[in-house]
Design a protein around this ligand. Structure first.
Ligand code: FMN
Length: 192
């Protein structure tokens, strides 16, 4: 049976370069034999985390739905923008909510712990979001997730993609495929 991966960009911007990158990463994962569900976080709106709101209203239904999606997949592919050398607040908010208990009391952390993740970033700048990736790695490790060693940051992202979605830099496209392979390998090991 093929490995099922969930994939999303931590940007809700229409013209997001990270969405383009996650689409390419999903393509590579499919080439490697995985089934990939590509999500748009616009479909999973969550308010900025607030303890009083959680106490009054519980975890947002979108977080419960995203957790259900995670539970039916064996790994995750994630592309994040870099804001001032850090990852996007959308990524932090999404996973902070996911780490909280679900409405039915089910642990949020249990759903994240041990899940393999591949992390990549893209930006119009010269560093491609490279400075944000170590922080994403640390943050997801804190949630107990298994972050694949291979990662890539795509610089000058506005002109980095061909129309068919491939990366202009062939070496980077190969490195991107390696991210997909590592996540699939980790997910296969975990499933065996
Ligand atoms: C508040 C803010 C801070 C930013 N800081 C960085 C940065 O540190 N490094 C970088 O390469 N780009 C930075 N950018 C530019 C983003 O990389 C760019 O807006 C990118 O397109 C966002 O990703 P997206 O296209 O996937 O939404 C910043 C943008 C904003 C709005």
């Amino acid at each position: 049976m093929s490995i099922r991966l969930l994939a999303f960009a931590a940007s809700t911007r229409k013209a997001s370069v990270n969405r383009r990158l996650i689409e390419r990463l999903a393509h590579h994962a499919r080439q490697e034999g995985a089934e990939v569900s590509l999500l748009d976080l616009n479909d999973f709106p969550m308010p900025l985390y607030d303890g009083d709101s959680e106490e009054a209203n519980g975890r947002p239904a979108s977080a419960d739905r995203l957790q259900e999606m995670l539970a039916s997949h064996q790994g995750l592919l994630l592309a994040t923008p870099e804001y001032n050398g850090f990852f996007s607040p959308l990524l932090k908010n999404t996973f902070d909510w996911l780490s909280r208990p679900a409405a039915d009391g089910q642990s949020g952390m249990d759903a994240l712990r041990g899940m393999p993740v591949g992390i990549v970033s893209a930006s119009p700048g010269a560093m491609g979001g490279m400075r944000a990736l170590p922080f994403v790695r640390l943050y997801l490790n804190n949630l107990g997730m298994l972050v694949a060693p291979q990662q890539i940051a795509v610089s000058r992202a506005a002109s980095a993609f061909h129309e068919d979605g491939s990366l202009d830099d062939e070496g980077q496209d190969h490195a991107l495929a390696a991210v997909a392979r590592q996540v699939i390998d980790l997910a296969s090991l975990r499933a065996s």
